[in-house]
Design a protein around this ligand. Sequence first.
Ligand code: 13P
Length: 388
Amino acid sequence: MQDMLEHAYRNGYAVGGFDLVSLDFLEAIMAAGEAQRSPLIISLAESHFDYYDFELAMAAAEQAAKRGSIPVAIHLDHGASYDSAVKAINLGCNGVMVDVSQAAFDENVARTKTIVDMSHACGVPVEGELGYVAGVEGEDAEKHPGDVIYTSVDEAKAYVAQTGVDFLAVSIGTVHGRMQGRPVLDFERLQQINRALQIPLVIHGGTGLSDEQFTRLIENGVAKINYYTALADAAGNKMRDNVAADKRSGYTGIVSGIQQAMRVEIERCMRLWGSAGKADAVLATATAWQPVHHVIIYNTDSDDAAQVSHMMQEGEKVLSQIPGVRRVITGKAVQADARYRYSWLIEFVHENVIDSYRDHPDHVAFANHLFRPVAGDRISIDFSQTSR
Ligand code: 13P
């Protein structure tokens, strides 16, 4: 995500952060990216978690990204808390957004900074938000008329310096959801923010902007555009047509053709925002997102099977909650005469986690009180993954 957005920022184009709410969205986003040879961001918004199972959707998103031939980042959109960010990272997100933009400045800074420190220790970049973009994705904007709070240039400078966020979502007049007419955007303000910060900027509420507005946003430092309502509407319109054509349609009849309808809109955006055709250039400069396997093989000094089993169960429970840990697998040698009888395989999301995991208080407590006292004879090595 970091390398992708840096490339976009330096080369004057923007990557789409497309929110999904079902597999149809995921397949449409990926097919559009492949057809346009475009880098892309699969976005999962916490505000949508009532509509799908986050954990299942993450497994599908990750599989889609791995199988694709274009660069793909997987991003938590509008993450509401520290715990949400940890969960997203441990499930495979390699970008997170912290949205505490409705809190007062000092509170926004304090909460965002805690999440930035944790995320950076996992190798994951963070998008912060300052100011307030009103509206709700997928709904009529006038039903959610909260006041837009514009991002101030001075606060933006202080916020980025104090939190260390990698990208900033700015509020310059866009609104989430379906609008009547076009919003008026404060390009002067955007230009000043861009001059002051020199980091990739993000626009939320991409639906409903004109081609010219998109072009001017990108000219003034916007490298990521969040987009959802237009896709949901393209799918909804197609479903209404399907029902009108055959009132007896079942599920597959009603959703038939919605992927294609969304794909047309996504491909239009990719061409308009300039990300089309950039996949190979991004792949040439970006570091791949590869896990590290922390492997331990060991013997126990204790013959007490219950004690060993308790230690393993505790380890699985406690260690898998540490930020940056994807999974914890305990093992027992198949051969009775193996040189080492037991194993741990702990998958880290990123090389940075080697240090942050070692120093994490939950790991230190487990290792000192439960593991090391019984496992004096052990070998521990971190392996980077060499296959895809
Ligand atoms: P729209 O639904 O208005 O395109 O906004 C999407 C968004 O900003 C998601 O974070």
